[in-house]
Design a protein. Structure first.
Length: 454
């Protein structure tokens, strides 16, 4: 039996997070718009780099970004997810949760920056073959990226979806502005472009932190480290951490492997295909991001809400993937003749993209309900398969092998999560994948309705 105070907290959370159908659809729309702005800025920045500096420079820049993002993911210890989860469950502890998470993020970010800088002076494996000054700029960006990541997830847990989306979009859109300023107007190189990106990252960090410190509930609670709370957050975060790191490596490590064995130019071509594949994950990523705090707040015991959202996502993703397969042949015209293989790499990635998109929605049922150990274990299995296949085939077959391995990996994690959800809730695979006629009509009518279980 659920105690009365727990029922009251669930009811308060439901009201605070706005779990009405209209609220969810509105949040999805605005967050998706923000992510599209981010994606568009990154794509256009990549075009500017490719057109002004060439495929090799693009491959170097993207590889450096992957190194910095990998450091952020490895050093986060799942605190971003834990911050969202704990704030969504009990906003009364907003100040204590925020202080613990931000203090940890600052300390870990500085430590990672020193470690990455030290690694650039040695012969660390799979660091991009880039000039030392570029590697140094990538290392310096780590503390700011980690603080911003944790801060945005705190705001998400507090239900501030609008600010979460706006700050995220603002930070990433500056990449395009910096590319235009440094590469088109000033006619400089990667160093000045990345230096501007570092300054922009620091500015966004300060803006997001200022919002957290001005939050209405930040005045409640203690402004001091709470080791018991931090331990509780880390215990949850470590389970999420395994999942996030494994998934991040599956999505990104293949680029570094291609760069290591086949060179920056081929990595640049593969980066373009992978970037457009990641664009297709925007919608399910947004939906999953917003679904997570709702399930954490109100629960979804039989996964009715989760499966309905997954079915609608499936219908939209199928259409988008088919359209992208055709439009992908325009990539060489956009980036240049050196990127002729990109459309074929994208075609190989599309089936896996569809499946991983559905998985990113389904898995929220588990992340919002405490994250059972099976989910991190599934990602570890998939990562092991991914690394084994990449190291076996990329040296000989290059980017094409990386694309095939990615699709195999995406299909594997989808199958594991979907079958586990079926075993726990009794929901059939068709209930997760096949939209009902009424749902298709709703999508065509531009009406994204939430579940009646809300």
């Amino acid at each position: 039996m659920i105690r009365q105070d727990e029922k009251s907290l669930v009811a308060a959370n439901a009201e605070r997070l706005g779990t009405a159908r209209r609220s969810f659809s509105t949040h999805v729309a605005w967050t998706l718009l923000a992510r599209l702005i981010i994606a568009g800025s990154n794509v256009l920045a990549g075009v500017v780099i490719a057109r002004t500096l060439g495929a090799e420079a693009l491959g170097t820049y993207v590889s450096l970004n992957v190194v910095a993002l990998t450091a952020v993911q490895l050093g986060s210890f799942g605190l971003p997810s834990a911050a969202t989860y704990f704030v969504a469950q009990d906003a009364r502890r907003f100040r204590s949760i925020s202080f613990n998470a931000l203090l940890f993020a600052f300390a870990m970010g500085v430590l990672l920056a020193f470690a990455l800088t030290a690694a650039t002076y040695g012969d660390a494996p799979f660091l991009p073959q880039a000039p030392m000054n570029l590697l140094f700029l990538a290392a310096l960006s780590v503390p700011f990226q980690l603080l911003t990541l944790v801060s945005l997830n705190i705001l998400l847990g507090a239900g501030e979806v609008g600010r979460f989306s706006a700050f995220d979009a603002l930070g990433q859109s500056l990449t395009l502005i910096n590319a235009i300023a440094a590469l088109l107007l000033a006619r400089t190189g990667l160093f000045h472009f990345m230096a501007l990106n570092l300054a922009a990252s620091a500015t966004i960090t300060l803006i997001v932190l200022a919002r957290i410190f001005r939050h209405p509930t930040f005045t409640e609670g203690h402004m001091a480290p709470d080791l018991a709370l931090l331990s509780e957050m880390i215990r949850y975060g470590l389970k999420a951490h395994v999942t996030l790191v494994a998934s991040f490596l599956i999505f990104r490590i293949d680029l570094l492997i291609v760069e290591h064995f086949r060179g920056a130019a081929e990595a640049g071509v593969y980066a373009v295909a992978a970037q457009f594949a990641s664009l297709l994950m925007l919608l399910p990523s947004v939906i999953g991001t917003l679904l997570f705090p709702r399930i954490a707040a109100i629960g979804d015991e039989d996964a009715v809400m989760t499966c309905e959202v997954a079915r609608r996502t499936s219908a939209v993703m199928a259409s988008i993937c088919v359209a992208t397969g055709a439009l992908g042949f325009m990539l060489p015209a956009l980036y240049g003749a050196a990127f002729a293989p990109a459309p074929y790499l994208l075609l190989i990635l599309l089936p896996g993209v569809f499946l991983i998109g559905i998985e990113s929605v389904l898995v929220q049922y588990f992340t919002g309900r405490g994250l059972p150990r099976a989910i991190p274990f599934f990602w570890i299995i998939t990562l092991a398969i991914n690394l084994a296949l990449n190291f076996a085939f990329v040296p000989a077959f290059g980017a094409y092998a990386a694309a095939v391995v990615s699709t195999i990996s995406y299909a594997t994690i989808f199958a594991l999560v979907a079958l586990h959800l079926r075993s726990k809730t009794g929901q059939a695979l068709s209930a997760m994948l096949v939209p009902r006629p009424s749902e298709i009509n709703g999508i065509l009518g531009m009406r994204w309705k939430g579940s009646k279980a809300h």
